[in-house]
Design a protein around this ligand. Structure first.
Ligand SMILES: Cc1ncc(COP(=O)(O)O)c(C=O)c1O
Length: 393
């Protein structure tokens, strides 16, 4: 059997129609398949490959670490240079209160850890999240995602979860002294890219402070430069109590984190001891790769170019069939009439060497979240292919 046949026979399928490209190489903003075809990657592994595929410094760091040690002991027992160096670099680029990093395997594990932390710190149980937000697929994270279609099949889920309207001042009234935490995406990605107003974010921060509720910002898509600043919350002039990272921090390796003040993080170390346990979270290879990728992101001026590149996409993506283009930096949703039309365009783009897809909660919107290193020439080429696909569909 060839790989394609083995894929359908032995790999658990997550949808009835996987893209099923057989990738043999990835470099920069390009993927290469087994048939020798090259694809301009407009989704970067879903907001993962912010500095492109296989950045040479990331590859070098992985090779160096592989020559030293791989897994040695469950998280938090041994002093491992890639972990401590990466945690200190993160702390250096975060507000003073975000100084203690718990590395996880994934975004959803960071969400789980943060919810547990909020319960310990506040002694409360209520968790408030927002409609149409996505936070992950483990059962705790699933309980708080804002779409009943995804939650319903797996009930019973976590109790005492309240879903409110995002970006609504009325919602803030429901945050009270029984609320352990409010968890929100800095920009709602899977809804099809909706950014809240500055005023609402500030009011949310204020209400959480007044009620002693932890504000948890999920920057699993918005972080690491994607929206035009290193952290999305910088554009709202607020500081969260807990920051969630995932996707991009590993530079292409699996890594997430929840980050808070040490005085709170310490509450996960006692009563019970090991309040959050992970074997592989913060794996040395992932932290070495992540550290190299964050250094590369800081050394180059890719983040400074995000807004210009966003504008270029928006100037070029004009067509009668495009209902709206919403964006937060290089996180862009191109809205069409319905899923069927969007899917036809996506398929035509892939056939013409441009890889894109749709959003979980907005199947009528095309996802554009390329590596931040994409050039202006590549943006023009990608938009040409998209517009041609629309004309032909
Ligand atoms: C905003 C947001 N939060 C959390 C997650 C979950 O991350 P992971 O898939 O790494 O568990 C995702 C994944 O798409 C996400 O977009």
């Amino acid at each position: 059997m060839n790989n394609r046949e083995l894929f359908f026979k032995h790999i658990a399928q997550t949808s009835s129609a996987p893209i099923a490209l057989e990738i043999v190489k990835a470099e920069g903003v390009y993927l290469h398949d087994a048939a020798g075809k090259k694809y301009l990657d407009l989704i970067g592994g879903i907001s993962v490959c912010n500095i492109g595929h296989r950045h040479p410094k990331v590859v070098e760091a992985i090779k160096k670490q592989a020559d030293e040690y791989l897994h040695v002991l469950v998280y938090g027992e041994f002093i491992q240079s890639p972990q401590v160096q990466y945690a200190s670099l993160l702390a250096q680029y975060l507000p003073a209160a975000l100084n203690s990093v718990y590395f996880t395997n994934s975004g959803t594990e960071a969400v789980e850890g943060a919810m547990k932390l909020a319960k310990r710190v506040t002694g409360r149980t209520q968790i408030i999240a927002f409609k149409d937000s996505y936070h992950g697929s483990t059962q705790g994270a699933l309980s708080i995602i804002g779409d009943e279609y995804w939650r319903n099949a797996f009930r019973p889920l976590l109790p005492d979860v309240l879903h409110l309207e995002y970006n609504s001042f009325e919602s803030l009234e429901y945050i009270t002294e029984r609320t352990a935490c409010v968890i929100t995406e800095t920009v709602q990605a899977e809804k099809g890219v909706y950014a809240p107003t500055l005023e609402w974010m500030k009011a949310l921060r204020k209400k959480c402070s007044e009620t002693g509720t932890l504000l948890i910002l999920d920057e699993i898509q918005a972080g690491f430069g994607r929206t035009g600043s290193l952290w999305g919350f910088r554009q709202f002039d607020i500081v969260p109590d807990v920051l969630l990272l995932g996707k991009a921090p590993g530079g292409g390796m699996p890594l997430g984190a929840f980050i808070a003040d040490k005085k709170w993080m310490n509450q996960l170390t006692e009563n019970p001891v090991l309040g959050h346990i992970t074997t592989f979270g913060g794996h040395p290879l992932c932290c070495a790769a992540g550290l190299a990728s964050m250094r590369a992101l800081l050394e180059e001026d890719w983040i400074a170019q995000v807004k210009t590149k966003e504008k270029l996409f928006k100037n070029l993506l004009i067509h009668a069939e495009i209902k709206a283009v919403r964006s937060a930096g290089l996180l862009i949703a191109v809205e069409f009439e319905n899923f069927e039309f969007n899917k036809k365009i996506i398929d035509a783009c892939i056939a013409n060497g441009v890889l894109t897809d749709w959003f979980l909660f907005a199947p009528n919107c095309m996802r554009i979240a390329p590596p931040l290193i994409i050039s202006e020439e590549e943006i023009k080429k990608a938009c040409e292919v998209i517009l041609k696909a629309i004309d032909e569909c």
